[in-house]
Design a protein around this ligand. Structure first.
Ligand SMILES: *[C@@H]1O[C@H](CO)[C@@H](O)[C@H](O)[C@H]1NC(C)=O
Ligand SMILES: *[C@@H]1O[C@H](CO)[C@@H](O)[C@H](O)[C@H]1NC(C)=O
Ligand SMILES: *[C@@H]1O[C@H](CO)[C@@H](O)[C@H](O)[C@H]1NC(C)=O
Ligand SMILES: *[C@@H]1O[C@H](CO)[C@@H](O)[C@H](O)[C@H]1NC(C)=O
Length: 461
């Protein structure tokens, strides 16, 4: 009701107001039509210009430019899988082993395109079995079998398992031991040494040992592990791209982070940007100020203050290969405490010194020490509470590791994260992370080099 006691909608209206209302109704209808058209385009595969228009219209940040970065990168080819199987067979033969067995996972994905996204692990074993076959002219060939539950055999045969010869599918009915079926179907399992993937579950390992009474079932040694640890040129191209694209996404999101924003909002922006870059399974820790002092986060949803660093630690995937990048940065309008800026520079030096220490032939512990000694020189060693880094590839964390006490040797093709940090609880957390590979010539190079490499400064991530 208005002052005169008339219901509001009957009250006389100033014509100016009415005209205005008419104009805004037209505008709203036009906007709805545009929205619907854009929505249809989005649902049916949107041209980039439309996405850009839509984003600028809705005020959402536009990350569509990131899509181009890895568009030219192909997944691993069939011939590379055959080479991997051949190298495995050769290695098994040299080690006098009769077979290699893995459950679906990173190793089975490496040797036979069988990841857990293709086949989920359950209590019913499905196993990749590769054995070396030596022909009359002493040539070694890889023989590939997939042990499958009988009732799943049809689905198992739909898997895309590359192989030189036909893949065999021994199948086990529910009332028979899968491992006994494996041993009677693959004669090589009857005696000698069987190497299994280090991630195999213990009931599978125990079952195999019990069924293969004359064999010795052992975790695959370093010679086998290194086949996957040391990346080929083809793998390095994928890994460079996924790491570069992740870094470009972090930088693009920084342009849209504002003081007053919540950690969860920044995390959502990162997620959008990683998807826009064509990467799958992307996720980020986004930690503000002292929340970053707990390396894996605090569980609160803090608001970004004017004196806070932003720590973003992201990983994502391209054709099965993972990225892992951390940046600790300030916004253009932030004012950061001088002590924290000095700590940032110290972490930055630790990262550079570790990279310089990593070369072909170096023991991994020495690389960890190079970063730690840099911090120790300024009295900050106790604030680097975790190892320096981890191997990376088909898994975000894989062997070998850059840590004190490790005697693993770094070789060409190895890939590691280099991620020193300073964590002072209740105050500040700073971490800088880029992954590197060891070039053919023995030197370590950041996988992010093609996108500018390591951060240049707190305002230049
Ligand atoms: C690997 O498996 C994926 C998913 O099934 C498939 O798209 C791809 O073509 C396979 N790769 C090869 C080389 O067979
Ligand atoms: C290789 O393994 C077989 C069992 O499969 C064994 O009889 C033979 O002695 C082994 N050879 C060597 C050189 O270890
Ligand atoms: C790398 O180091 C290994 C082990 O020290 C050595 O055998 C190999 O020749 C080295 N390769 C290069 C390219 O320096
Ligand atoms: C190794 O190769 C990289 C990349 O081409 C180059 O930047 C570096 O200087 C080389 N190092 C040596 C020791 O040859």
């Amino acid at each position: 009701m208005d002052e005169k006691g008339l219901p509001l909608d009957l009250a006389p209206v100033d014509t100016r107001v009415r005209k205005h209302a008419y104009r805004s109704t037209r505008l709203i209808i036009a906007c709805i039509i545009v929205q619907v058209v854009i929505l249809i385009y989005r649902l049916t595969g949107t041209p980039k210009s439309i996405t850009r228009l839509y984003n600028s219209y809705t005020g959402q940040p536009d990350f569509s430019h990131l899509a181009e970065h890895c568009a030219h990168i192909s997944p691993v080819s069939t011939s590379s899988f055959l080479q991997r199987q051949q190298a495995l067979a050769q290695s098994l033969h040299e080690l006098n082993a009769s077979a290699y067995i893995a459950e679906p996972g990173a190793s089975a994905a490496y040797f036979a395109n069988l990841s857990q996204s293709q086949w989920h692990l359950s209590e019913r074993p499905l196993l990749l079995i590769i054995s070396p076959d030596v022909d009359s002219s002493e040539q070694v060939h890889a023989r590939v079998s997939i042990l499958t539950p009988s009732f799943e055999a049809t689905r198992a045969k739909l898997l895309s398992i590359p192989s030189q010869d036909e893949v065999t599918y021994p199948s086990w009915p529910e009332d028979v031991s899968p491992f006994e079926v494996a041993v009677s179907a693959v004669p090589q399992l009857k005696e000698g040494t069987i190497f299994v993937d280090g991630m195999m579950r213990s009931f599978v390992l125990d079952g195999l040992q019990k069924a293969a009474t004359e064999s010795n079932v052992l975790t695959a040694p370093v010679e086998i592990r290194r086949l996957r640890e040391r990346k080929s040129a083809e793998e390095l191209e994928i890994m460079k791209c996924v790491n570069e694209a992740t870094l470009l996404a972090i930088r693009a999101v920084r342009e849209n982070v504002k003081i007053g924003m919540r950690e969860s909002e920044a995390r959502q922006l990162m997620s959008t940007a990683l998807s826009a870059a064509g990467l799958s399974d992307g996720s980020c820790l986004t930690l503000f100020g002292e929340n970053a002092a707990l390396p894996h986060g605090s569980g609160t949803d803090r608001v970004l203050g004017a004196h806070d660093f932003v720590l973003v630690d992201c990983d994502a995937e391209l054709h099965g290969y993972r990225s892992d990048i951390t940046r600790t940065y300030a916004l253009p309008e932030s004012t950061i405490h001088a002590t924290y800026l000095r700590m940032w520079s110290l972490v930055h030096s630790a990262q550079a010194n570790a990279l310089a220490a990593a070369r072909n032939g170096t023991v991994t512990a020495e690389v960890d020490a190079a970063a730690r000694n840099t911090l120790a020189a300024q009295g900050y060693a106790q604030y680097l509470t975790h190892r320096l880094g981890h191997g990376i590839g088909l898994e975000t964390h894989e062997s070998p590791y850059l840590r004190g006490g490790s005697e693993d040797v770094i070789l060409t093709g190895h890939t590691f994260s280099d991620e020193p940090g300073i964590y002072i609880e209740g105050q500040v957390g700073i971490r800088l992370e880029d992954c590197f590979y060891v070039h053919e010539n023995g030197t370590a190079i950041f996988l992010t080099e093609g996108a500018g490499g390591a951060a240049k400064g707190p305002w230049d991530p």
